[in-house]
Design a protein around this ligand. Structure first.
Ligand code: UDX
Length: 441
């Protein structure tokens, strides 16, 4: 199959290189010349484990190439994926589809022969219909079938998720397109990954429903964590105790500072807006959104109470700035709200992140950036773990205690146990454990 990927951002690039690795001929297209030049030289604009090597392997075989030329890439393709951004529209929270529609218009002018057009970007229900309408309007002679094929890739584990998916969802209403999509995913299909064929609208909704459900699951355990702190229970044991029930499932029950990232905040908002528009509001999701928004600042207040209530002039060290480990992505990271809350209360903040510092500097100003966890902790009145990078999982607490002004650890990801930290003389505040009160008694 000859596949063209319009948009070489996170999703386009990962999907493109994985398709090439399956043996297809793939051209990844982007308007940004500097990005394409970098990719041609093997430089990857994002941090994603394993991606650089996979790009190198597949460009050297000639199966993967990069281009800024939409026309040439589309003309030769059997399948064109649209993988451009769908950010939240300023003001109303709806997904901004202008890039998707612009891509559709441009693709329509160049298609030759039967071509399957696949929307990979996360788009609201009905977008496929509009893409089809735009393409027919732009080029009435175009022989195209428009398909929805959402992605379920987690940043930091995207290649693994692509190659070993729980399922592949394909929404279409054209038999030729069904054949083509089966061919595109043949290697996974042969590996027993279920291919769920459905209508285009249903497929578009599946993506939002999946992300909203996961966001709701995290928010549920976060609220249970708050209750655990009051009633002398332990949220990690609650997670395990409920997660072993196959109907509930163990994943996405890790309590923390609230979900962030490029998908959950944007997609929950867009789903809530769509549902309101169709007069079928999903109140569970509306509530999830507001609980999660409030939670991020509440985490800042948790730090303030862990240092005794008055944080003015105190120095707080933040470990982990990205929204989760193994990414350099800062989008909607809880660290942003936590730091803002601390600064508003008069604290001085120093931050460190293994991969996210460059992006962090663009969104978090007026803090000091340290070169490592111990450098950040020097003279600090508290150490706060916001993102669970592996690098923070085995800190030398003797060394920290010597250099910190006060031995206070706030662990917003529960990567330590209270008892193992307290034996070094630290006070420990985790999420959803009563031991917070004990340690401060
Ligand atoms: C998510 C979906 O998992 C993926 O299928 C979709 O296509 C894109 O959105 P991603 O945003 O990369 O992927 O990260 P994910 O691992 O899902 O984590 C999202 C947020 O939830 C992070 O802030 C993470 O820290 C938080 N989270 C996740 C929790 O707080 N607890 C959990 O148990 C799991």
């Amino acid at each position: 199959m000859r596949i063209t990927m319009i948009g070489s951002g996170y999703v386009g690039l990962v999907s493109g290189v994985c398709f090439a690795d399956f043996g297809h001929d793939v051209i990844c297209v982007d308007k940004d010349l500097s990005k394409i030049e970098a990719l041609r030289e093997g430089r990857i604009p994002i941090y994603e484990p394993g991606l650089e090597q996979l790009v190198a392997e597949n460009t050297s075989t000639g199966r993967l190439s990069f281009s800024t030329d939409v026309g040439e890439s589309v003309r030769s393709a059997d399948v064109v994926f649209i993988a451009v951004g769908t950010p939240s529209r300023r003001g109303d929270g709806h997904a901004d589809l202008s890039y998707v529609y612009a891509a559709a218009r441009e693709i329509a002018t160049y298609v030759e022969g039967f071509t399957v057009i696949v929307t990979k970007s996360t788009v609201p229900v009905g977008t496929g219909d509009e893409v089809e309408r735009i393409m027919r309007e732009t080029n009435p002679a175009a022989d195209v079938a428009v398909v929805s094929n959402p992605e379920f890739l987690r940043e930091g584990a995207a290649i693994e998720d692509f190659k070993r998916p729980d399922r592949i969802v394909v929404g279409l209403n054209d038999d030729r397109a069904r054949e083509t999509m089966t061919e595109v995913y043949r290697p996974l299909y042969l590996n027993q990954a279920p291919l769920v064929f459905t209508t285009r609208r249903t497929s578009e909704l599946i993506k939002y429903a999946a992300n909203a459900f996961l966001a709701m699951k995290i928010t549920f355990i976060n609220e249970i964590a708050d209750l655990c702190e009051r009633v002398d229970a332990n949220v990690q044991d609650v997670s395990r105790g409920i997660g072993l029930d196959g109907r509930i499932g163990a994943k996405f029950l890790h309590a923390g500072p609230g979900y962030g990232g490029s998908c959950f905040p944007k997609d929950t908002l867009a789903l809530a807006k769509t549902a309101q528009d169709y007069d079928a509001p999903i109140r569970l999701i509306e509530t999830t959104i507001s609980i999660n928004d409030n939670r991020k600042r509440a985490m800042g207040r948790k730090v303030i109470s862990a240092v005794g209530g008055d944080i003015r002039g105190k120095k707080i060290a933040i470990l982990g700035l990205t929204f989760k480990p193994n990414t350099d992505d800062m989008r909607d990271s809880p660290a942003i709200a936590v730091i803002q809350t601390l600064q508003d209360a008069g604290a001085k903040v120093v931050g460190y992140d293994p991969e996210g510092m460059e992006n962090a500097r663009k969104v978090i100003e007026n803090i000091e950036y340290a070169s490592g966890p111990y450098e950040a902790a020097a003279d600090a009145d508290a150490l706060v773990i916001v993102t669970e990078w592996n690098q923070f999982r085995a800190l030398d607490f003797n060394r920290l205690k010597q250099s910190m002004r006060a031995p206070v650890l706030v662990d917003l990801r529960n990567i330590y146990r209270s008892d193992e930290v307290r034996k070094y003389g630290f006070t420990y505040t985790g999420i959803g454990t009563n031991l917070y009160q004990e340690s401060n008694a």
